[in-house]
Design a protein around this ligand. Sequence first.
Ligand code: TZP
Ligand code: MG
Length: 342
Amino acid sequence: MNAYRIIDANINRVSEGIRVLEDISRFIFENKAITKELRNLRHITRKSFKDDNMIKFRDSIGDIGFEISANSSLDKKESIENLIDANFKRVQEGLRCIEESLKILGYYEISKVYENIRYSSYNLEKEFQKRDVAIDTDIYCITGEEFSLGRDNLSVVKELIDADIKVIQYREKNKSKSEKLKECTEIKQITDKAGVTFIINDDVDIAMAIKADGIHIGQGDMPISEVRRLVGKRIIGVSTHNPDQAMKAVRDGADYIGVGPVFETKTKSNVEASAGLDYIKWVSENITIPYVAIGGINEENILLVQRNGGKSFAMISDIVGSKDIKHKIKSIRAKLNIGEMS
Ligand code: TZP
Ligand code: MG
């Protein structure tokens, strides 16, 4: 009976699809809970229906679908996202085939087991699509050792964490790759312990090596699609300076955008032009992904940025350049809270 062949082929197809997703979850996203659940589903898929007829009717050489599949360009997977989509589809379609075939053969109860696996796969697909965009924060602090009054980045980061800062970006323009790697490795240990999101500026390789939470790139860097291919589900932030760049970053899959420079800054050389407050206002009214205002923001002008739609504020010199970082952050937060109420 050919329905056994359908079940046999689809149990294999579904198990293989789950295995691909399991490995993505395990090796790329390093998500234990999802990996475990996928493994469990794979075992149930394999074990829930066994019948000698499946082997008896198996005929992979004579399978006419083999030739069709081997010649199909639909097999091309261009990114991790594509790979995930394609494999969830494969799993869900395969499960549906198993369910229907089992019903034809009179195995109604067992078909319900496969139906449950299919429902679980819909939930897992949603989980896979959730990106951990943990940059929903008030002050987004960026390092800059040369502005840090002689303190090194590591001790500044400790002070930031002590001041309850939840997102820190490592930005160093004048250090060697190996120095940056060493420093980021140390910082990652303490941000991890504190539950702080750690983002690396510019260096995708360092971000990958230390398993940072995210990477921040500029307009002249690799396209977002390439960076996404490399970093998988890690956060990608993109600096933007005008509405066209903002809309493109959203289309290309950025997780958040930097918006600025809002004001004049001496911290960055070759700084780009931007419409400043008008641009942040435009973003607040037109862009739906998280955004972070940047450039020349300090305790004195931050309320102006807030009044023009700023919700999250990236700062370097005003924070790392203050003698008492904790006090500085407290006093900025007090201003922001008053601003929110008025
Ligand atoms: N990108 C646009 S402006 C800027 C960067 C990295 C520098 C922000 O530093 P500061 O000291 O807060 O003006
Ligand atoms: Mg850059």
